[in-house]
Design a protein around this ligand. Sequence first.
Ligand code: NAD
Length: 495
Amino acid sequence: MNNFSETTKQYLKSDSSLFIDGKRCTATGEEITPVINACNGKHIYSLRDASNSDVDAAVAAARSAFNSGWKTMGPEQRAGLMLEFARLIDEHSEALSELESLECATPISISVSTIRYWCAAFIRYYAGWVDKIQGDTIPGAPFLYPDNQFLAYTKYEPVGVVAAITPWNAPVAMLILKLGPALASGCSLVIKPAEITPLTAIYVAELALKAGIPAGVVNIVQGKGETVGQYLSGHTGIDKISFTGSTAVGKRIVIAATGNLKKVSLELGGKSPFVIFPDANLEDAVPAAAMACFFLSGQNCMAATRLYVHESIHGEVIKVLTNIAEAMESGDALNPKTQLGPLISEKQRQQVHAKVEKAVEAGGVLLTGGKIPEGPGFYYPPTLIDNTEVSMDIVQQEVFGPVLAITTFGDDIEALITDINSTIYGLSGSVWTKDINKALKMVDAIDSGQVGINSHAALIPGVPFGGNKQSGWGREFGYEGLLPYLKIKAVTIKY
Ligand code: NAD
């Protein structure tokens, strides 16, 4: 604690339960959620959950801000406020990174680069869209209406008050992914972060206010998903839900949204494939495969947790991969040398371990890892399971831990494609080869929202990101990421 910056120390002493209409306030719910440092198991913070009336107040504040000037603010002013918000994120990135590494054990080197560079860039990118949100002019239909001439045009309007419900992994970036397009479109928000990582959200909301974004545009309610999140999802004062989290909860949100037929966009789980062909540059591909699986200890939605490797290079690939996995530096998230932090909780670690044991019982061959280490914290080693097959749970289910399922393929590319597309997910994936024809054939065949060629899940603000199948509805990033926050109005003029 003593090594934190003064700003972080002060922030940790304050009440982080609610932020409504530009002010921090204390939640009035009954339940308390403990926030635990996953690196040592120690208690950091007690979060009081929001009550239903707290949520009502946040929704009312968001509606009032939306109607009193925010939705109609001119593009120059709106973009200017967003650029100032991005500048402040950059300026406060040290404290935000420390808080994020404390609340979800992201290695500090990753928190710093994500928040200082990536999050600020993402808000700047959407600030650039503000004055480019425009409709079309559409010709009339003289054949159908010979006696009348019509001019028709379309315009985009903000969808209204958005409930943004976010997961615990990379909590600052998850907020920013909602804030960028929502603010650019002129929506106001009630954000419910994951209850186990509540520390950064109010900090970010306060920066938005400091940047000049009006009070009430960004509101934060906190607490458990099944109570606070569920109530918010069903709230008739909400026009749209933007949800990021598990597929199981995504389905519950869809049901809760039916009351007033809210618009819903979903960024859900994944089980992304990483395919290495024999002609790939293995010096690039193998370290990238390790990184694609073990980044954030496998606790990220686009993690490549299925490795498909051609039989002719299998031995070489698993040898290098094992060396990389065993050399990875795991440790306290606040140590700048740490590459791998712990898993988020003991419960999560037990779930990951149970999946590994089950895979080995089913015939998987453990190459490295797979053992719960001694000592404090919820660490789990990088784990490689070879000899996996399409029928195994370890190949089909999201693990959300540093566990790579390795499957060997031969020259039957159609069989490979069938295996790749066999899961319920379709978020990300990559193919590694020097043969562009082979690469493009795989791009066409893989049923997922994005496919990398000789790269895995490059997160570029202008490139749409999201899932097919049960990995989601809609896209974030880019112009496509703006559309779910807008509604189109068609105007016809007879003349
Ligand atoms: P989760 O689904 O358990 O929780 C996500 C959020 O939903 C939390 O804020 C939680 O409190 C809330 N919630 C839980 N139950 C709810 C309910 N009944 N009604 C409303 N809200 C509810 O997910 P998690 O464990 O926090 O995050 C991990 C999951 O998120 C993984 O499946 C991961 O793949 C996914 N994820 C997806 C993306 C993406 O962009 N596709 C990004 C990050 C994480």
